[in-house]
Design a protein around this ligand. Structure first.
Ligand code: TYD
Length: 226
């Protein structure tokens, strides 16, 4: 697959501050003169956002783990075709909130479907597209998940809830589920240390951002683009 741009993904448990950090990195790279695309999974395209609603709405009842994994990949395949690959072909930097590592950690680990199924599907449905760099934000799991829970409950109480549903389905999972997810992430980081960098995200957002800037500068050798 041709690749002129850079593909950077953000990973971690719910509530580790991925979205905030993605935004901060986007602003910094934009100010340095790079063309940046900010996107997320599940979602990132009109079709993917519809799939996201099905996946995250706590009103979605009885979704089987395999169907859940298939929908994650359906959203991703569309996202690659419509957004990620075209942007990379145009030399842009794609910042993506979650990618296949999430499926390996949540469906492979959390739902116990195993890594092999996820990696097989990735090869078939995503053409094996790998990020140039993955930033794995690590912080206290209990604190992260309860933060995500509070945020999503606040959002669900908002007026749009009746039209769009909430995004709480995963946050209702047990501690044991999130422990398996965290373990899944740690295994990926150990297996692919050249791609995955673990970032300690327990400090302030500014401290975490500084760590991310250092890693991105070093790993991708980004000179100014102007
Ligand atoms: P996200 O919007 O990133 O939630 P948060 O901001 O709380 O981290 O992701 C939504 C949820 O979807 C999250 O609980 C993780 C889950 N998910 C999977 O289980 N598998 C996947 O492949 C992806 C992309 C997300």
């Amino acid at each position: 697959m041709s690749r002129r741009g850079k593909f950077i993904t953000f990973e971690g448990l719910d509530g580790t501050g991925k979205s905030t950090q993605l935004r901060k990195l986007a602003v910094a790279l934009h100010e340095a003169g790079f063309k940046v695309v900010e996107t997320r999974e599940p979602g990132g395209t009109p079709t993917g956002e519809k799939v996201r609603r099905v996946l995250l709405d706590s009103a979605t009842d009885g979704l089987s783990p395999l169907a859940e994994m298939a929908l994650m990949f359906a959203s991703r395949a569309q996202h690659i075709a419509e957004v990620i690959q075209p942007a990379l072909d145009h030399g842009q930097i794609v910042l993506c909130d979650r990618f296949t590592d999430s499926t390996e950690a949540y469906q492979g680990g959390g739902r116990k479907l195993g890594s092999e199924a996820v990696l097989d599907l990735h090869r078939v449905l995503c053409g094996g597209l790998q990020p140039d760099l993955t930033l794995l934000l690590d912080s206290d799991p209990a604190a992260s998940v309860s933060r995500a829970r509070r945020r999503n409950q606040r959002a669900a109480r908002g007026s749009r809830h009746h039209l769009h549903g909430d995004e709480n389905r995963f946050e209702q999972e047990t501690r044991a589920f999130f422990a398996r997810v965290r373990e899944g992430y740690r295994d990926i980081a150990a297996r692919e240390p050249q791609r995955v960098v673990v970032i300690d995200a327990r400090g302030t957002p500014a401290q975490t951002h500084a760590k991310i800037m250092e890693v991105v500068g070093k790993k991708l050798r980004l000179g100014r683009n102007t």
